[in-house]
Design a binder for this molecule. Structure first.
Ligand code: CP
Length: 330
């Protein structure tokens, strides 16, 4: 049984994009669209989660995800705590579940969790009290659902409907929770053609299951692509020699201005960050006119607002402009 949906199909937790129906994904994107309107106003707040408490639990480093979750919660008027896991009592031997139950005793409403182990967010979701929500901010190589949602949102905003688009995901697919979550979202939303471009050593076994075409060379994989999503080499998850060297990798799989010529004329370049310049991406492309990398970061706030509003605020209608107008005039 799905842990993340209730009996009526509403989001209770967000743990993975796998299995989420198209209408729910579309509702998240539409809700984020309406929150984008709020973020453009002088008062960037709505009172939807006033009095609710959200705890960020990041067991792995993060710049974009943690800060945009925090900003999103603040924009919804929730109270936010960032637990510094490194200085927490886990270093004295307290178990993850003991820690959770103690934080729950402080009457929190949700945990946003990043963890190095695949399945950690679901484990936590299975142990929290009824009424406490868990949002996965990235677990191992398993899933990063809000990243995939903000990526789909960015593609839809810049390129329009996904159906006619050819979308290429390039790089370390094997270790990428982002790629897994993207493939589920993009396929469910009806993207025209999905491609994976990577050396064979960086492709997961049985990756045909994702319904994507596989390419080992950049030139043929990029041919005519409308969207190019570059991925970082996740050295921290690699064991053994999967690659000759970073400079060799850049020679074969780095996205340069020359290689970009193979893609469609108006192709956009995306990257979830952090970017390793000169390893997967030429700085001239990262900072060039086709790059929407910083738009992805901005869109992360609206997507995370939408997810928290739907889970914690019972928010199912993408029409909140009037709430922000009230705040602004009041
Ligand atoms: N995209 C992403 O997850 O970035 P951070 O690791 O900085 O959160």
């Amino acid at each position: 049984m799905s842990v993340q949906l209730d009996a009526e199909g509403r989001l209770r937790h967000l743990l993975t994009t796998e299995g989420l129906p198209r209408d729910l994904l579309t509702r998240i994107l539409d809700t984020a669209e309406s929150f984008s309107g709020v973020l453009g106003k002088s008062v960037k707040k709505v009172p939807l989660l006033r009095g609710r408490t959200i705890i960020n639990l990041f067991f792995e480093p993060s710049t974009r995800t943690r800060t945009t979750f925090e900003l999103a919660a603040q924009r919804l008027s929730a109270d936010v705590l960032n637990l510094d896991v490194a200085t927490s009592s886990t270093s004295k031997g307290e178990s993850l579940l003991d820690m959770l139950h103690n934080l729950e005793a402080m009457q929190c409403d949700a945990f946003v969790v990043r963890h190095a182990d695949s399945g950690a967010a679901e484990l936590i979701a299975r142990h929290v009290a009824p009424g406490v929500a868990v949002i996965n901010a990235g677990d191992g190589r398993h899933a990063h659902p809000t990243q995939a949602l903000l990526d789909a949102f960015t593609i839809r905003r810049v390129k329009g409907p996904l159906e006619p688009l050819t979308i290429a995901i390039v790089g370390d697919i094997l270790h990428s929770r982002v790629a897994r979550s993207q493939l589920h979202v993009l396929r469910t939303l009806g993207a025209g053609e999905l491609r994976l471009i990577a050396p064979r050593t960086l492709l997961p076994r049985h990756c045909e299951q994702f319904g994507a075409r596989l390419f080992e060379d950049m030139e043929s994989g990029l041919a005519g692509a409308d969207v190019i999503i570059m991925l970082r080499l996740q050295r921290e998850r690699m064991s053994g020699a999967l690659l000759p060297s970073e400079s060799e990798y850049f020679k074969r799989y780095g996205l340069t201005e020359e290689r970009l010529q193979h893609a469609a004329a108006e192709a956009i370049v995306m990257h979830p960050g952090p970017v390793n310049r000169g390893v997967e991406l030429d700085p001239r492309v990262a900072d060039g006119p086709r790059s929407v990398i910083l738009q992805q970061v901005t869109n992360g706030i609206a997507i995370r607002m939408a997810v928290m509003a739907m889970i914690l605020g019972g928010y199912n209608e993408p029409a909140i402009a009037s709430a922000s107008d009230e705040e602004e005039s009041g």
